[in-house]
Design a protein around this ligand. Structure first.
Ligand SMILES: NC(=O)c1ccc[n+]([C@@H]2O[C@H](COP(=O)([O-])OP(=O)(O)OC[C@H]3O[C@@H](n4cnc5c(N)ncnc54)[C@H](O)[C@@H]3O)[C@@H](O)[C@H]2O)c1
Length: 438
């Protein structure tokens, strides 16, 4: 199949590369010239494990191309995927569809022959109908079917998620489009990686329903964690005891500083707005949006407690800035809120993240950025683990203790056992693990 992908970000690039790995002929298009230049020079503009090798392999095989020019590849394509951003609209929290609309207009102008236009971007229910209207206005003769194919990949595990997905959801009522999409995903083993065909509106809503449910699980275990701290229980054991029940499942039950990232915050908010607009408010999700927002900032109070009540003038070392490990993405990372709250309280901050510092520097210029965990510990009154990068799981406590002004560790990801850290003479705070009544 000839495939054009519009938007070469976290989703567009991974999708394009993986579709070329399936054997399709893929052109990835982006307006950001610097991104395309880097890709054409063999560089990868994002950090995603395994991506660089896969790009090199498919470029060498002549199946994968990068360009800023949309017209030619779209005219030649059997399938055009739109994978541009759909951030929260600043004014009201709805999904901002301006990038999707403008990409659709550009596509509509140059369509040639029957083409399937697929929204891979996360878009509110009914967006596909609107895209059809746009195409009808721009190019009434276009022979096109608009399909919804939301993406469920996770940054950090994106290649495995795309190549071996739990499921692929395709929303369309058009038989020709369904046949084309079946061919696009033909290389997947249909038993283990089913392609679920639904109506377009159903597919659009499925993505939001899934993300909001995962956010709900996280918000729930976080509130249970707070209760654990109060009543002397251990949230990790509660989570294990709950999660081993196959009806519940163990994933997304790790208590922490609140969910972040480029999807959950904006998608929960967009679902709330959509439901309100249809006069069917989803109170559960409205509630967790608020809970999560206050939680992130509240984590700064844990740090205050750990250093004796006041962080003013104290040096706090931050380990991890990205919203999760194995990505360079800091969008809506809990670190942003925690750092801001600590700055507001008068703390001095020094930080390290294995992949996220380049973007973090632009968003948080007040931080003193360091090269590793040890230089962050140097002179610090406390260390705070915000992201559970693998290298933070093997900290050299004796060395850190020597370097720090005071041996205090706030572990917002519960990656250490309290006893282990205490054995090294550290004051230790974590999330939802109280041994008060042990
Ligand atoms: N990041 C994730 O983990 C993830 C997972 C599932 C779904 N999604 C959804 O996928 C969509 C894309 O997310 P992302 O994280 O990849 O975004 P991103 O910001 O990383 O990438 C979007 C890209 O689109 C480009 N772009 C915008 N308008 C364009 C146009 N008219 N023509 C060409 N290029 C254009 C931008 O320059 C940018 O490179 C969003 O709707 C998001 O909700 C993201």
């Amino acid at each position: 199949m000839q495939i054009a992908i519009i938007g070469t970000g976290y989703v567009g690039l991974v999708s394009g590369v993986c579709l070329s790995e399936f054997g399709h002929d893929v052109v990835c298009i982006d307006k950001a010239t610097s991104k395309i230049d880097r890709l054409n020079n063999g560089e990868v503009p994002i950090y995603e494990p395994g991506l660089e090798e896969m790009i090199a392999r498919n470029v060498a095989a002549g199946r994968l191309h990068f360009t800023t020019e949309l017209a030619g590849p779209v005219a030649d394509a059997d399938v055009v995927f739109i994978a541009v951003g759909t951030p929260s609209r600043k004014s009201d929290g709805h999904a901002d569809l301006s990038y999707v609309y403008s990409a659709t207009r550009e596509v509509a102008e140059v369509l040639r022959g029957f083409t399937v236009l697929v929204t891979k971007s996360t878009v509110p229910v009914g967006t596909g109908d609107h895209l059809e209207r746009i195409i009808g206005e721009v190019n009434p003769d276009a022979d096109v079917a608009v399909v919804s194919n939301p993406e469920f990949l996770r940054e950090g595990a994106a290649i495995a998620d795309f190549m071996a997905p739990d499921r692929v959801v395709v929303g369309s009522n058009d038989d020709r489009a369904k046949a084309v999409m079946a061919e696009v995903y033909g290389p997947l083993d249909s038993e283990r990686h089913p392609v679920v065909f639904t109506s377009r509106r159903t597919a659009e809503l499925t993505k939001y329903a899934a993300n909001a449910f995962l956010a709900l699980k996280l918000a729930y275990i976080n509130e249970i964690a707070d209760l654990c701290e109060e009543v002397g229980a251990n949230v990790q054991d509660v989570s294990l005891g709950m999660g081993l029940d196959s009806r519940i499942g163990r994933k997304f039950l790790n208590a922490g500083p609140g969910y972040g990232g480029s999807c959950f915050p904006k998608d929960t908010l967009a679902l709330v707005k959509t439901a309100q607009d249809h006069n069917k408010p989803i109170r559960l999700i409205e509630t967790i949006v608020g809970i999560n927002e206050t939680r992130k900032r509240a984590m700064a109070r844990k740090v205050e407690r750990a250093v004796g009540g006041d962080v003013r003038g104290k040096t706090i070392g931050i380990l991890g800035l990205t919203f999760k490990p194995d990505t360079d993405d800091v969008r809506e990372s809990p670190a942003l809120s925690i750092v801001q709250a600590l700055l507001d309280k008068g703390a001095l901050l020094q930080a390290y993240d294995p992949e996220g510092m380049e973007t973090a520097r632009e968003l948080m210029p007040e931080i003193d950025y360091r090269d590793d965990a040890e230089s962050v510990a140097h002179g610090a009154d406390a260390l705070v683990i915000i992201t559970e990068w693998e290298e933070f799981r093997v900290l050299d406590f004796p060395k850190l203790k020597d370097l720090m002004n005071a041996p205090v560790l706030v572990d917002l990801r519960n990656i250490y056992s309290p006893a282990h850290v205490a054995d090294h003479g550290f004051v230790y705070e974590s999330v939802g693990r109280s041994d008060r009544y042990r």
